[in-house]
Ligand binder design. Structure first.
Ligand SMILES: Cc1cc2nc3c(=O)[nH]c(=O)nc-3n(C[C@H](O)[C@H](O)[C@H](O)COP(=O)(O)OP(=O)(O)OC[C@H]3O[C@@H](n4cnc5c(N)ncnc54)[C@H](O)[C@@H]3O)c2cc1C
Length: 524
């Protein structure tokens, strides 16, 4: 027999299956010997008040064992001989989920990825701290798994497409992610676990007859009139130029500036898109735990590192926290020379001594004069270059204590930080663009009033966060998901301006694959 219960319990009771079993026996009058297993179906923490509770929905298996998997697997089969090929450019979440979905349709995905496989790219990321140089083809944004691979792996999304979101989470579980992501209100995988999951997804693609070409960069589309029939690419190991034929799912992410430049030059319809710009704010994680859990002793043994989320309006623009990483690291996320870009990630246990988040200000295309479709990207480039110059032309990031930033004072020293390439004290209030610095200063005052202790010199502002989303939208038809003019081209994921985050990029990847299948069928 299976029984489901809604429980509101202490963090200690919610901590393990054994604790939950004991609670059910006590509170629901069950004989503990008959409870074979307990499966948590939903879990959320209620930390709004002094006493913290965990809300659980659980299924108890009475006198029987669970007879199904904790996730719903997708049946990926080998694609038939001679199956039509669809090119997938970029192996981030958008490209990976597009490729897997093509396999479900019996089509052969051919992935071109400019970066290296998910393990090899790790070495290039480590070199950033060692050499203070960024490899423009292999870094925190480029390589197998895309920008999502060495991230927090936060998987919550504002997307209302529940079915599609569930599918993405289940595919992650099928490839090795913990099934806790199906239950948690704020699921995350963790940067230590993501590479194995991504390798698993690639293995499925290869086993089913797909192709993955690493260090192979698309350089241009091959067009016949207004139809794309393939791409030109370069093998970055040998310099050999190659052509690949097929319709194209273009999932190159928000940092492939060469792709945007090529599209602009080739007069492919694109437009400027709003982004958000600011900094990473890093606090000691214990301080955030104390504030959010209303307890001077912090989170104790049974609670995860605390999260926060702030939002306000200053002078007509949103100021908000973004991509919060409790118990994580601030990382160097630039994709080329003469740039500093920071971002955040955390391991699955969220166990470091620091908690960080992006603190950003909304930037609209109309905030930048002109009508160039690349003007928001050019703005990003300018701010990133300024930051690199302020950082001594290395990856040492300019930084300022939080209260000093708000009060417009240079910091004489800086607190310890998780940012491995190092920090350098700098008056961010002075050189960040005024519309950004001023709004952040005002926003921090609001957040400090909302959460006592948050506005403090124990926290450090680290510049600059610019890669919050795509600065360009590649225009596509709402129904066919095809580019507005070019047949057979499916702009996909974050880089095309239709997703923001791992899950939404995955959902968009699946949708583009569905659209490509229809296109292939009609044009057979
Ligand atoms: C450090 C960091 C942490 C993040 N944390 C989170 C998080 O916790 N949760 C969350 O939801 N989101 C997070 N994000 C955002 C998330 O990673 C992106 O939204 C997501 O990866 C977008 O997926 P995508 O497939 O559209 O693009 P991307 O992931 O950017 O993938 C694009 C791929 O295309 C490749 N490519 C580019 N140009 C070419 C070319 N010319 N030829 C061939 N290949 C090319 C790139 O190498 C890359 O692998 C984070 C991002 C970063 C940088």
């Amino acid at each position: 027999m299976e029984n489901e219960y809604q429980l509101r319990v202490t963090p200690q009771t919610a901590y393990t299956e054994e604790h939950i079993k004991r609670y059910l026996a006590q509170e629901k009058g069950l004989d503990i010997r008959t409870i074979h297993a307990v499966r948590v179906l939903r879990r959320s923490i209620d930390a709004r008040h002094g006493q913290i509770f965990v809300n659980l929905k659980v299924r108890a298996y009475i006198n029987e064992d669970p007879h199904d998997l904790a996730y719903t697997p997708t049946d990926y089969r080998e694609v038939p001989e001679g199956a039509p090929r669809v090119l997938v450019i970029g192996e981030g979440p958008g490209g990976l989920f597009a490729a897997l979905r093509l396999i479900e349709h019996g089509l052969r995905p051919v992935i071109l990825e400019r970066g290296k496989d998910v393990r090899a790219r790790k070495q290039d990321m480590a070199l950033i701290t060692k050499t203070q140089q960024v490899d423009p083809e292999s870094n925190y944004c480029f390589g197998e798994g895309g920008a999502g691979a060495y991230s927090d792996g936060k998987l919550y999304t504002r997307s209302k497409k529940r079915g599609s979101v569930e599918k993405i989470l289940n595919v992650f579980c099928q490839h090795g992610a913990s099934t806790a992501i199906l239950a948690d209100a704020h699921p995350h995988i963790g940067t230590d676990k993501l590479p194995r999951v991504i390798e698993g997804m690639r293995e499925t693609i290869l086993r089913c007859g797909g192709e993955v070409h690493f260090q192979t960069k698309m350089t241009r589309l091959i067009l016949e009139g207004d139809t794309v029939v393939g791409v030109e690419a370069v093998d970055l190991r040998t310099g050999e130029e190659k052509n690949f034929r097929g319709p194209v799912i273009l999932a190159t992410g928000h940092s492939a500036r060469d792709v945007y430049r090529y599209l602009a030059e080739a007069k492919v319809e694109i437009e400027a898109k709003g982004i958000a710009v600011g900094m990473r704010l890093e606090h000691p994680s214990q301080l955030i735990d104390q504030i959010q859990y209303h307890n001077k002793n912090g989170r104790g043994k049974y609670l995860p590192a605390a999260e926060y989320s702030f939002v306000t309006q200053v002078d007509g623009r949103g100021v908000y926290s973004f991509c919060m990483c409790p118990g994580g690291f601030v990382i160097p996320a630039a994709t080329g020379p003469e740039q500093i870009v920071v971002n955040g990630m955390s391991p699955s246990n969220r166990g470091t001594a620091w908690s960080n988040s992006g603190m950003v200000v909304e930037l609209r295309p109309e905030d930048i004069p002109g009508d160039d479709a690349l003007r928001v990207m050019h703005f990003q480039e300018r701010v990133e270059k300024d930051c690199w110059q302020q950082g001594n032309r290395r990856q040492t990031a300019p930084a300022q204590r939080m209260a000093d930033f708000v009060n417009g004072k240079l910091s004489y020293d800086l607190p310890k930080s998780s940012y491995a390439p190092g920090l350098i004290s700098s008056p961010l209030h002075f050189w960040l663009p005024k519309g950004i610095a001023h709004r952040l200063q005002e926003g921090f005052k609001v957040f400090g009033r909302q959460a006592h202790g948050f506005l403090t010199n124990e926290a450090v502002c680290i510049a600059v966060e610019t890669r919050t989303s795509s600065p360009v939208r590649i225009l596509r038809d709402r129904e066919t998901l095809m580019h507005v003019r070019i047949e057979g081209l499916f702009p996909c994921g974050e880089g095309a301006g239709y997703a923001g985050g791992i899950v939404s990029a995955g959902v968009d990847g699946e949708r583009c694959a569905d659209a490509a299948e229809l296109y292939v069928k009609v044009n057979k």
